[in-house]
Design a protein around this ligand. Structure first.
Ligand code: C2O
Ligand code: CU
Length: 467
C-alpha cells in the first residue's frame, strides 16, 4: 500500500488541493438522532447576551462506550447547531479515573463515511491503545480499548487521530477531557466539586444556519468565534471562593494568551503532565493546541455582583465571564509545595528534528507504514526541535512525557508554565527547543507530530518505535 493513501483512499495530493481552496468546506453530517438529550443537559435555553457555561458530564472510563456520531448541540442561546460529537456532547463527557484503575472503552464509529480512531492525548498506553492512525476503524466499526491508568494526576484529553482527517473531525466537535487523580493530589485538598471546572478552549466557524463548518487552511485553521466548553459567549456563576480551572488548548491551530480583566495573575499549579513542584503566579500564560494548564483563581475578596472576564490577548477575545453570585467562607489554603518532579538527566543520545514547511519533519512527509527512527526503552535522550519557518508548531509526542530544558532564539526562554512534565511544547519561528525524554512505559510504535492539526494532516508527523 502506498504511504500516501489514507484509509479511505484519499490521496495526500487531493487533500492538499482541498485545503488550499477557500471553497473547501466540510459541513457537519446530517442530523443524527443520537445526540440531543446529553448535548442539551446543563445548557438551558437563554435569550440573553451571555450563555451559561456548559459543563460536560463526568463519567468513568471503565465499561464505557464512546460513540463518534453526527449530532446537534446547543452552542448557547438555544439555537441548535449540527456538529460531530462524542456521546452527543461538545465537548464529550469528561472521563475521570484514578491512577491504578483500568480503562475499558468501546469506541463506535457512527460517522457517515469516514474512518476514525480515538487517541488519549497524554495517557501512557501501549501502541494498541494509543489510537494510532494504523488502527483506524471504518464506518460502523468498533474498537475495544483496555489499559491500566499509569499516569499521575493530570488533565489529559481524547480526540480522533485518523490519517489526514484529524483536523476535520476535531474541528467538527470531537474532543473531550480525561482527568486522572491520585493520592498525592488528594493530600493537597485543592478546590473540587463545582469549584473545579474544566475549560476546553477552541475556536470555530459557523455557516449561515449556525452549523459548525471546517474550512481547512494549510497554514492552520483559525475560526471566527471562541467556544469555551462548546458555549459561545459563556458566563460562569461563582462563589466568593478559590477555584481550580483545568484548561485545555483544544483549537486546531489557535494559540490563546490568557488574562483576567482585573489584571490579577493566575496561580499556575500544573500543566500537561500534572502538578508542578510549586505553584507560580503568571499573568498571561500562552496555551497552544494540545497543551493544558491547571490554574487557581481566587474570587474570595470579591463582592457579589463583581464580574471578571477571562480574556485571550492574542485575538482580543472575551472568552468567559465570571460572575460572583454568592458570598461564602472559604478558608482553603494554597499549598506551596505541590509535587516532586525528578529531573531527567545525563542524556545518552541527542536527536535533532527540523519542522520543515507545513508538511515535513526532517524533510519527510508522514508515511503510515514507515518507521523513521528507533528509541531504546528506558534511556534518557535529548530531543532538539527547530523550525525554518511556518511556525507556530506545537510539538507533541506520544508514549512519554518530557521535560523542557532550553529554548534558544525567538522567545529565548522556558516559561514558568512549561516546567514539570509536558507532552506538547510550542515551537515558534527561529526557536530551538530542547527536551529530555525517556520512554519507560511501553515498547512499540508511537507518533511525534505538529499539533497544529492541518500540519499534522498534511504530513508533519513521524512514526518511531520504542525498542
Ligand atoms: Cu493530541 Cu497525536 O495528538
Ligand atoms: Cu506545524
Amino acid at each position: 500500500m502506498s504511504g500516501t493513501k489514507s484509509p479511505n483512499g484519499v490521496s495526500r495530493r487531493a487533500f492538499l488541493t482541498a485545503t488550499a481552496g477557500s471553497a473547501a468546506m466540510f459541513a457537519a453530517g446530517s442530523l443524527g438522532g443520537f445526540a440531543t438529550a446529553t448535548a442539551l443537559a446543563g445548557k438551558p435555553v437563554g435569550g440573553g447576551t451571555r450563555n451559561p457555561l456548559y459543563i460536560p458530564p463526568t463519567t468513568s472510563p471503565t465499561s464505557l462506550t464512546l460513540t463518534e456520531a453526527p449530532g446537534v448541540v446547543d452552542l448557547g442561546g438555544g439555537k441548535l447547531s449540527k456538529a460531530w460529537a462524542y456521546n452527543g456532547g461538545l465537548p464529550g463527557p469528561t472521563l475521570v479515573a484514578r491512577k491504578g484503575d483500568t480503562a475499558t472503552i468501546t469506541l463506535k464509529n457512527d460517522l457517515p463515511s469516514e474512518p476514525t480512531i480515538t487517541h488519549w492525548h497524554g495517557m501512557l498506553v501501549d501502541h494498541k491503545n494509543d489510537g494510532h492512525p494504523m488502527e483506524a476503524i471504518g464506518p460502523g466499526g468498533i474498537y475495544a480499548y483496555s489499559f491500566p491508568i499509569l499516569n499521575r494526576a493530570a488533565l489529559n484529553w481524547y480526540h480522533p487521530h485518523p490519517h489526514m482527517l484529524t483536523g476535520e473531525q476535531v474541528a467538527l466537535g470531537l474532543a473531550g477531557g480525561f482527568i486522572i487523580r491520585d493520592g498525592l493530589e488528594d493530600t493537597l485538598q485543592l478546590p473540587g466539586g463545582t469549584r473545579e471546572v474544566p475549560l476546553v478552549l477552541r475556536d470555530t466557524d459557523l455557516d449561515s444556519a449556525g452549523n459548525i463548518v471546517y474550512k481547512p487552511r494549510s497554514g492552520g485553521w483559525l475560526g471566527s468565534y471562541p467556544l469555551v466548553n462548546g458555549t459561545r459567549n459563556p458566563y460562569l456563576a461563582v462563589d466568593s471562593a478559590l477555584y481550580r480551572f483545568r484548561v485545555l488548548g483544544g483549537a486546531n491551530a489557535r494559540i490563546f494568551r490568557l488574562a483576567l480583566s482585573n489584571g490579577a495573575p493566575f496561580r499556575v499549579i500544573g500543566n500537561d503532565g500534572g502538578l508542578l513542584e510549586a505553584s507560580v503566579l503568571v499573568a498571561n500564560p500562552d496555551l497552544a493546541p494540545g497543551e493544558r494548564l491547571d490554574l487557581l483563581v481566587d474570587f474570595r475578596s470579591l463582592a457579589v455582583g463583581t464580574t471578571i472576564m477571562l480574556r485571550d490577548l492574542r485575538a482580543g477575545w472575551d472568552l468567559l465571564e465570571f460572575r460572583v453570585a454568592r458570598t461564602v467562607t472559604d478558608t482553603s489554603a494554597i499549598p506551596t509545595t505541590l509535587s516532586t518532579i525528578t529531573p531527567l538527566a545525563n542524556p545518552v543520545t541527542t536527536r535533532d528534528f527540523s519542522f520543515d514547511g507545513m508538511t515535513k519533519i526532517n524533510g519527510l512527509e508522514y508515511d503510515m507504514q514507515r518507521i523513521d527512527f528507533q528509541v531504546p526503552f528506558g534511556q534518557v535522550e535529548r530531543w532538539r526541535f527547530r523550525t525554518n519557518g511556518n511556525a507556530p508548531h506545537p510539538v507533541h509526542i506520544h508514549g512519554a512525557s518530557f521535560q523542557v530544558q532550553t529554548r534558544k532564539g525567538g522567545r529565548n526562554q522556558v516559561f514558568a508554565w512549561e516546567r514539570g512534565w509536558k507532552d506538547t511544547v510550542l515551537l515558534e519561528d527561529r526557536e530551538t527547543v530542547e527536551v529530555l525524554i525517556r520512554f519507560d512505559a511501553y515498547k512499540g510504535i508511537y507518533l511525534m507530530h505538529c499539533h497544529k492539526l492541518e500540519h499534522e494532516d498534511m504530513g508533519m508527523m513521524s512514526n518511531f518505535e520504542v525498542i
